[in-house]
Ligand binder design. Structure first.
Ligand code: URA
Length: 231
């Protein structure tokens, strides 16, 4: 044991002499100062919301009443992403609380999930004036925050509700009627587009297709949700 220590001291002396020969006459501060902990990489939804702050990154801040950040289970397996807040959402600061929202709640419950168990967000977080379609610069300003929400939640499946959601998440201009009901990939997360509940209010005969899409989600979750339970 003593021999080992003597050998280590000898090696260390040689190393110091080697440093001296290189013109280094003091011990690097990193040897003597306590290590600083690395900043935590684990973000929470609160962190993302704090970073978003009282967002003025696009023109929608001039007309919105509230930022509709999103709501639900931070550890949700299923995330549903709509287009953007309407009148009721803008007033209440919560996603999907108007007529379309009530239908969405029923759609979620149709696969035996309570609404509180999933996470609901939108492509844009501020209501466009007169509920017009979101514009590209508005989608672009909001997108990094949606992606951060997705990376915090790490859902297994995202259900993209309607054209804007599906086309934005999948970076495509293919029509929702062609996209719906199939599984796609977003950075390792399954994405399944379906019709928007507001579209169903105008076209109730299309509810059957959404029901088919929801059954696919339920089936996929039944077969693949084991990992999240074990985390
Ligand atoms: N429509 C959406 O796309 N999102 C909402 O939050 C409400 C209506």
């Amino acid at each position: 044991m003593d021999e080992n220590i003597n050998e280590m001291i000898g090696d260390f002396k040689s190393y110091l002499e080697y440093l001296k020969g290189m013109g280094i006459n003091s011990i690097p501060s990193s040897w003597t100062e306590p290590e600083q902990p690395l900043p935590s990489q684990v973000l929470t939804l609160k962190d993302v919301q704090n970073e978003l702050g009282d967002c003025k990154r696009c023109k929608l801040h001039q007309t919105r009443r509230t930022i509709v950040f999103g709501e639900g289970n931070e550890k949700a397996t299923l995330m549903l992403i709509g287009e953007g807040p309407g009148y009721d959402e803008d007033v209440q600061g919560r996603p999907f609380v108007g007529r379309a929202g009530q239908l969405l709640t029923k759609i979620i419950q149709s696969i035996n999930l309570p609404r509180e168990e999933v996470y609901i967000a939108n492509i844009i977080k501020c209501r466009p004036p007169q509920n017009r379609n979101p514009e590209p610069d508005e989608i672009q300003s909001c997108h990094p925050f949606l992606m951060k929400q997705i990376s915090v939640i790490q859902p297994k499946i995202i259900c993209a509700l309607g054209t804007f959601s599906a086309q934005t998440l999948l970076k495509t201009d293919i029509k929702i009627s062609a996209l719906r009901g199939k599984f796609y990939d977003l950075e390792g997360i399954k994405v399944i587009p379906t019709y928007h509940p507001a579209f169903l209010l105008r076209n109730p005969e299309r509810k059957r297709e959404v029901w088919e899409d929801m059954k696919k989600i339920a089936e996929w979750l039944n077969n693949n949700d084991k990992t999240k339970e074990m985390e």
